[in-house]
Write a protein that binds this ligand. Structure first.
Ligand SMILES: C[S@@+](CC[C@H](N)C(=O)[O-])C[C@H]1O[C@@H](n2cnc3c(N)ncnc32)[C@H](O)[C@@H]1O
Length: 410
């Protein structure tokens, strides 16, 4: 926050009240930022960045700013002034002028709040989830969820190996290092590039994909020539990784009830040179389909991906999580029926809620003795003592993911 060029808000900050109010009332910050920038076409790059940071920053840090101000009803412009002073480290007078509040409107600064929910600006229910999931590491997890995380890329191994891609990207001015956990991962070092403007992206050599998501795809352990079911394929993040793993002699069967996502998957598969490998089935796989491996990348509360949107935590309704375990169990059950004897089943989520992770996995195996738990195909550092997979933002620099794997006996 301190490194943002806040001075570029000069003249713009005082007009941001309606946009800040919209985000605070539950509007999606990404959309509000897009509209705010469209309404101010004369802004230069620094001005645009400062407006975006102001809206995202107030959206994310609202609870902390209210605590710092000692005022739960502080108006949006005062929250912006507090953001600039307390997190942006500007003088009070400068912060007030940039935010468009009267001089002296900010109360004297207070030390950072002691309570985790205030310090890391967490809704109370999320604070409790972090405590339950991470215990003594909850503070570190909370801190990591407040940062955007690195840009991770996946080399499309149908076309290029990671080392050769790193060289190509280097020639385009993008420095990367190999990911620590996933086979085809490169992590961008230095400033965030415009990935979609890169020649390498236009040639279908890479995808943007969190390293944890790549670890999940790798965990399926798909081999050349195999048939794999991607039972919750969505727009195909993992489908394309699996397509590269099975190669031209294999097949990935993509299923998802969201037709719009499947359209995007199809487009991406064409761009990646995987169109002949991926069979897109719609909401259900053909009744006779049997596969070597099945992945259930289940719909979930997505708490592990909260770094991706600064306002997400304030827009979630925890009451909506109640229905998830039953839905997850149903999808897992359906996918399990497609796995041939000796084949492998992987259940995955991007959340750290036990009710959607271990509890679903353990209930499944209790009902299905024909499935034996095995360690997911993943680096040892990501495996728990119970043989599940977990990645963590604060430990691994990835989103938080969970996976369980089984082999069908017989
Ligand atoms: C975590 S997302 C999948 C992300 C995707 N695998 C990827 O890597 O990009 C979960 C997906 O489950 C799908 N879904 C929701 N209900 C479902 C159901 N009953 N059966 C199968 N998939 C479902 C959603 O449409 C969503 O695309």
């Amino acid at each position: 926050m301190a490194s943002v060029a806040w001075e570029a808000l000069d003249g713009t900050g005082p007009g941001l009240g309606p946009e800040l109010a919209e985000v605070l009332a539950g509007g999606a910050a990404e959309r509000v930022v897009t509209r705010a920038l469209r309404a101010r076409p004369a802004l230069d790059a620094q001005g645009r960045a400062a407006v975006a940071e102001a809206i995202f920053g107030v959206g994310l840090w609202r609870r902390r700013l209210r605590a710092q101000l000692g005022d739960p009803l502080a108006p949006p412009a005062l929250l912006l002034a507090a953001l600039l002073r307390d997190l942006g480290r500007r003088e009070a007078g400068v912060a007030e002028a940039l935010a468009g509040v009267p001089a002296g409107a900010l109360p004297p600064p207070r030390p950072p709040p002691a309570a985790r929910a205030d310090r890391f600006s967490l809704p109370g229910w999320l604070d409790a989830e972090l405590e339950a999931a991470a215990g003594p590491e909850a503070d570190a997890l909370a801190a990591a969820l407040c940062l955007p995380g690195p840009v991770a890329l996946r080399a499309n191994r149908l076309r290029i190996e990671p080392a050769a891609l790193a060289a190509r990207l280097g020639a385009e001015g993008v420095r990367t290092r190999p990911g620590a956990l996933a086979r085809a991962c490169l992590v961008v070092e230095g400033p965030r590039p415009n990935v979609y403007g890169l020649r390498a992206w236009q040639e279908g050599l890479l995808e943007v994909q969190d390293e944890g998501s790549q670890v999940l795809g790798d965990a399926v352990g798909a081999r050349a020539g195999e048939a794999v079911l991607d039972a919750c394929a969505g727009a195909g993040g993992k489908t394309l990784l699996l397509a590269a793993a099975v190669g031209p002699a294999g097949r990935v069967h993509a299923v998802d009830p969201d037709a719009e996502r499947l359209v995007r998957l199809r487009t991406r598969a064409i761009a990646a040179g995987a169109a002949r490998i991926v069979a897109v089935h719609g909401a259900a796989a053909p009744a006779e389909l049997r596969v070597d491996r099945a992945l259930v990348d289940a719909p979930c509360s997505e708490l592990g991906a909260l770094r991706r949107g600064p306002d997400l935590r304030w827009r979630l309704d925890p009451a909506a999580f109640e229905r998830l375990p039953a839905l997850q169990a149903r999808i897992l059950e359906r996918a399990a029926a497609r796995v041939r004897p000796g084949g492998r089943l992987v259940y995955a989520t991007c959340t750290f809620r036990r009710a959607e992770d271990e509890d679903v996995a353990e209930a499944f195996e209790a009902a299905h003795p024909e499935f034996a738990r095995v360690a997911p195909d993943a680096p040892a550092s990501t495996l728990t003592k119970d043989g599940f997979l977990r990645t963590w933002p604060h430990r691994d620099g990835t989103d938080a993911f969970f996976a369980a794997a089984w082999v069908r006996r017989g």
